[in-house]
Design a protein around this ligand. Structure first.
Ligand SMILES: NC(=O)c1ccc[n+]([C@@H]2O[C@H](COP(=O)([O-])OP(=O)(O)OC[C@H]3O[C@@H](n4cnc5c(N)ncnc54)[C@H](O)[C@@H]3O)[C@@H](O)[C@H]2O)c1
Length: 309
C-alpha cells in the first residue's frame, strides 16, 4: 500500500511517515519546507523515506504526487494558536484551502484521506471528558480553520470521498519545532539550560498528552481497520495539570527549580480531557507510552544531542 504524508517534514508528519515506512508501507512525504525542521528532514533521509518538495495549495503539485497513492495522511498545516489570532487569513488560506485542495484531489483519484485534525475544534468544554459529539465551538482562528478543514473533507465525502478524521489532543515527542512547540518541548528546552519552566496562567489548566509514536500507531490502525467516514479523538484520556507537568519534568531532569508564572495566553482553553472510547472501540487503540516514559525518552535524547553537538 502506498501512503503519502503531507506536512511530512514536520513534527507529527515525519514521525508518522517513518513509523509507517518501518511497518512495511511504501511511504513518502510532501512538504513545502517552509516550517520543516532540519531534524525531521535528516531523520526522513536516515530512514529512506522520500521527501517531495511541494505545496498543498498547488493543484499541480498534488496532481504530480498522487499517482498510485492509496492513502493520504494529511498533516500539513500552520499550527500556532497565537499566530492565528494575529494572522487569521494566513490560517484560513493555508489550512482550509489547503485541506479542500487535498480532499478534492483525493476524491478525483479515488484515494482515501486521513485528515489530522485537532482538539482545538471543540473550544471551551461544556462537559468533560470530551467525546466526539461534544459541540465544536473553536475559540481561535486555528481551531476554526481545523474545523473548516473537517467540513471541507465532509463536503467532498458527500461526493464519494472516503475519509477518517483524527482529532489529536496535545502531542509531544521528538522533533517538535521550537518556534511553535508545545508545552513539554518548551519546558524541556528551558530546563536544558537550567532555567525554570514558564507557566502561562495559574497552572491549574489540564491537558491530555499523547506521545507522537502512539499517534503514528493510531494512524496505522485507522488505515488497517478500514475506518470509513468517522471522526475519532486520539489522546491518552488522562489529563494532567500544567503545574503537575512542570513539577514532574523538572524532577525527572534532576533539577529543583520553581516554575515562573506569566499572564494566560489568549486562545488557551482551561481544561482538556478526551473521551477515547470510540478509538478504542473502532481501532482497538490504547496508547502504550506513559507520560513518564515519554518524558524520560525526550530528556534522554536531548541529553544525547547536547553531548554529540
Ligand atoms: N502538535 C500538536 O500537538 C497537534 C495537536 C493536534 C493537532 N495537530 C495537527 O497535526 C498536524 C501536524 O502538526 P505538527 O505539530 O507536526 O506541525 P509542524 O509545524 O511541525 O508540521 C507541519 C508541516 O506542514 C508543512 N506545511 C504547512 N503548510 C504547508 C503547505 N501549504 N504545503 C506543504 N506543506 C506545508 C510545514 O512546512 C511543516 O513541516 C497539523 O495539522 C496540526 O493541526 C497537532
Amino acid at each position: 500500500m502506498k501512503v503519502l504524508v503531507t506536512g511530512g517534514a514536520g513534527f507529527i508528519g515525519h514521525n508518522a511517515a517513518i513509523y509507517l515506512k518501518n511497518q512495511g508501507y511504501d511511504t513518502f512525504a510532501l512538504d513545502n519546507l517552509k516550517r520543516a525542521t532540519g531534524f525531521a528532514v535528516e531523520r526522513l533521509s536516515m530512514h529512506h523515506v522520500p521527501l517531495v518538495k511541494g505545496d498543498i495549495l498547488s493543484l499541480k503539485a498534488l496532481r504530480n504526487v498522487l499517482d498510485s497513492v492509496d492513502v493520504v495522511v494529511h498533516a500539513a498545516a500552520y499550527i500556532s494558536v497565537e499566530e492565528s489570532i494575529k494572522k487569521p487569513a494566513l490560517y484560513f488560506r493555508n489550512n482550509v484551502a489547503g485541506t479542500a485542495n487535498i480532499a478534492n484531489a483525493c476524491l478525483r483519484r479515488g484515494v482515501k484521506l486521513i485528515y489530522i485534525s485537532s482538539a482545538a475544534v471543540y473550544g471551551t468544554p461544556v462537559h468533560l471528558p470530551i467525546n466526539e459529539s461534544h459541540p465544536a465551538n473553536p475559540i481561535s482562528p486555528y481551531g476554526l480553520a481545523k474545523l473548516m478543514g473537517e467540513e471541507a473533507v465532509k463536503f467532498y465525502a458527500r461526493q464519494g470521498l472516503k475519509y477518517a478524521i483524527l482529532r489529536l489532543f496535545n502531542v509531544y515527542g521528538p522533533g517538535q519545532s521550537s518556534a511553535y512547540a508545545g508545552v513539554i518541548t518548551r519546558f524541556i528546552e528551558r530546563l536544558s539550560v537550567n532555567k525554570p519552566p514558564i507557566i502561562y496562567g495559574d497552572g491549574q489548566q489540564t491537558r491530555d498528552f499523547i506521545h507522537v509514536y502512539d499517534v503514528a500507531e493510531a494512524i496505522k490502525l485507522t488505515m488497517e481497520n478500514n475506518v470509513e467516514n468517522e471522526t475519532l479523538n486520539i489522546a491518552a484520556g488522562t489529563p494532567v495539570t500544567i503545574n503537575e507537568l512542570a513539577e514532574h519534568v523538572t524532577k525527572l531532569a534532576g533539577l529543583s527549580l520553581k516554575p515562573v508564572f506569566a499572564k494566560p495566553r489568549p486562545g488557551d482553553i482551561k481544561h482538556s480531557h478526551a473521551d477515547t472510547s470510540k478509538a478504542r472501540r473502532l481501532l482497538g487503540f490504547t496508547p502504550k507510552i506513559s507520560l513518564e516514559q515519554g518524558l524520560k525518552m525526550l530528556l534522554k535524547s536531548g541529553e544525547k544531542r547536547r553531548v554529540q553537538g
